[in-house]
Design a protein around this ligand. Sequence first.
Ligand SMILES: Cc1ncc(COP(=O)(O)O)c(C=O)c1O
Length: 395
Amino acid sequence: MFTPRISARVRAIKISATKEMPMIAAKVGGCVSLGQGVPSFATPSLVAEAVLRELAANPAAGKYSLQPGLLDLRRAVSDLIAREKGFAPDPDSEVAITVGAMEALLCAVCALVDRGDEVLVPEPFYPSHVEQIVMAEGKAVLTPLRRSDWGLDVAALRAAVTPRTRAMLISSPHNPTGAVFAEADLRAAAELAIEKDLAIICDDTYDYLSYDAPAFSLAQIPEVRDRLVGVGSFSKRYALTGWRVGFFYAPAGLMAEMLKVHDCTAICAPTPSQHAALAALHAPESMCLEFKDELRKRRDLACARLDALAPIVSYVRPAGAFYVMARFHLPEGREMSSRELAVRFIHEAKVITVPGDAFGPGGASSLRLSFGAAEEELNEAFDRIEGWVRREFGK
Ligand SMILES: Cc1ncc(COP(=O)(O)O)c(C=O)c1O
């Protein structure tokens, strides 16, 4: 029998715990999920209808698009960036449509990272950021976020720079902490990137989902645009996770290199999904405002339910995205790893969460909870957690 020899590159990476926990839960059955980052909303009907119309009327809608994406969509993305980041990338040479933000990130990492190159990644981190760097044979250098508020610690970034540092990968609003980084800290990080001549990968997947004030992005700083790859997603803002469509913008020279990766991994983003993205961009603003308002209410609900679990649980109130890191302070002698806790939650409380240590040392003793689920499901999950905590610790 043939035994494939798996490449060292792939042996070095793993499937993220976000996806592993639902697989364990599927065997247990009857679980409610605070796990994966999926907003509960269905595809907006005006998006679904626009795609059906397009497929019926336009034979090209079911075929490959141009490799960087439909020109109309690239134009619409450029308009969006102009409105929100203050400059309009050239739709012809500086914008491409990808298979989700994930593929855009992969294009950026493959184009920028050579074997042994270091990329600064604030920690707790989004696991796929690190896995992509490892897959490119680079080194993700983890720099801790401030533990008090999960803010961007620019002194920690600075201390981690070496002659091998090539880039920083910054994402705000942030997964898994829900932090929205302060403008002053992002400006200081931009200055560091200029001073040390680093590229910036700016993952703005959650940029719209900032509940208390608009999120500032590194992409809004003109001085770093020549070194910045901006990454965007239709998944969260428009509730289109399954359509797998995102985008990146970058200076034309870098873009041309990134497109080589895009070509040999995906050819193009799925064309029907590009039509979905175009319809979403043309939809009235009220559509995504409603999603955002609903998620803000769910954030408040999740925080209120967590408050009721004090002092066993503490957390930093998330200002964006739809995650909160819930830290468990277990009684002495009852400590367990976050993975053990997450697995026990699945078996004994029938609630899916993600173990915090999957996101780096800052996630130890914590579970990442997503509040993307509908209110009823959130309440059910927290009722179960509360019951488990009471049974286990007599709280
Ligand atoms: C920080 C971050 N970046 C990128 C992605 C991938 O998004 P997409 O669905 O657009 O590929 C996610 C998904 O959860 C994410 O949390």
